[in-house]
Write a new protein. Structure first.
Length: 366
């Protein structure tokens, strides 16, 4: 556990907001396929005339899907440039004013100054700073707000039944930045948010025959918020990070990892609903038992589902990665089950990148 003082405390992840081409259809997809429950809405029916947003929840994960309703809108321009992707990482703080004051003092770019919004359900305080590329970090103070999400939103009363897939919480979110920018953002997290660097992977750790990347993991004092940052390293051919940067047209969120208490059940359910996962070569499983040692799960089931396993001195983890969630090879998801292990699956990087490069090749991007 890091021993330093946070400049301001962070309670946890509040929500992730995606800017998408069609929020209504995205919400339907995340409800039917990923098993999220729609909880709140704003749009024409609530008197909001320039955008529509749907808030969905599963466990303590809260996703917001937002589309513009007018052509020359910041959201439309964002989607035209980046495609669907993560716009806002929102963190819950006990004191938003204090958080924004530190950000301002430390020189963060303020996108939305500290503001308190009120309706019949109480007061919600927030402020937004600029992060990598067009991505933002938002601070939300909701202790004095009892509504379904935020002022302006109304609750969604479900007609049908939702079938959850066991996704429970956000484990970590990864950012891709251009070569040479990683240390800027590492320093930014240190200076603005008081985060500490947890681990560092160099291109020696993470490289294949063709491509390489470097990664640093930043985390807050409580260890609840983990934000790894990747930058491409020189390789013989284009790395997966380069591919992302090219198609997202800049830095942004590469993947969101979500915890489950039963990865086999979650993956089986998601496969049934036609989610595609990255397949590592069969050889990965040949000496897995040997490499990993004893785990609670059945090795045959792990192999059948294509789940990866890694171990460190604190325990083991199980993980799997989806294919990109949109036509552009940009954002994807990770499903992760931790048994003590606090790592990120370093032992799987190599096998994973070989699998990723195979997919890149199919897309003509290698
Ligand atoms: Fe990850």
């Amino acid at each position: 556990m890091p021993s330093h003082q946070d400049p301001f405390p962070i309670r946890g992840w509040d929500h992730v907001e995606f800017y998408v081409g069609n929020a209504k259809q995205a919400a339907h997809f995340y409800e039917k396929v990923y098993g999220f429950t729609p909880v709140a809405y704003q749009g024409l029916q609530t008197g909001c005339r320039d955008r529509a947003s749907y808030v969905l929840q599963q466990g303590v994960i809260r996703f917001v899907f937002t589309s513009a309703l007018t052509p020359d809108h910041e959201i439309s321009r964002h989607c035209a440039l980046h495609g669907d992707g993560v716009k806002v990482i929102a963190l819950e703080v006990p004191d938003c004013h204090a958080a924004m004051t530190v950000c301002k003092e430390q020189g963060a770019t303020i996108v939305q100054p500290y503001a308190a919004m009120e309706d019949g359900s109480g007061t919600l305080k927030s402020g937004v700073v600029r992060y990598a590329g067009d991505t933002c970090i938002k601070f939300v103070e909701r202790a004095h707000y009892r509504g379904p999400f935020a002022p302006g939103y109304q609750a969604i009363h479900m007609r049908g039944e939702v079938h959850p897939t066991g996704l429970a919480a956000i484990d970590h979110m990864v950012t891709n930045v251009y070569l040479g920018e990683m240390n800027y953002w590492v320093d930014w997290y240190r200076r603005i948010l008081g985060f500490e660097q947890l681990t560092h992977f160099t291109d020696k750790d993470i490289s294949t025959e063709y491509s390489a990347l470097m990664s640093k993991v930043m985390q807050n004092g409580s260890g609840k918020i983990k934000l790894p940052i990747n930058e491409p390293a020189e390789g013989k051919r284009k790395s997966q990070i380069d591919e992302y940067l090219e198609w997202y047209r800049g830095p942004g969120i590469q993947h969101i990892a979500m915890n489950t208490a039963d990865i086999c059940k979650t993956v089986r359910e998601l496969r049934k609903r036609d989610i595609d996962f990255l397949r590592v070569p069969e050889t990965y499983y040949e000496d897995l038992k040997h490499r990993i040692g004893k785990i609670d799960e059945d090795f045959d089931e792990i192999r059948e589902l294509g789940i990866l396993v890694d171990r460190d001195e604190d325990g083991y983890l199980l993980q799997i990665f989806t294919a990109p969630m949109q036509d552009r090879p940009t954002l994807f998801f990770e499903v992760i089950e931790r048994h003590g292990c606090r790592g990120f699956g370093q032992g799987n990087f190599k096998a994973l990148f070989v699998a990723l490069e195979r997919e890149q090749e199919k897309r003509g991007n290698l």
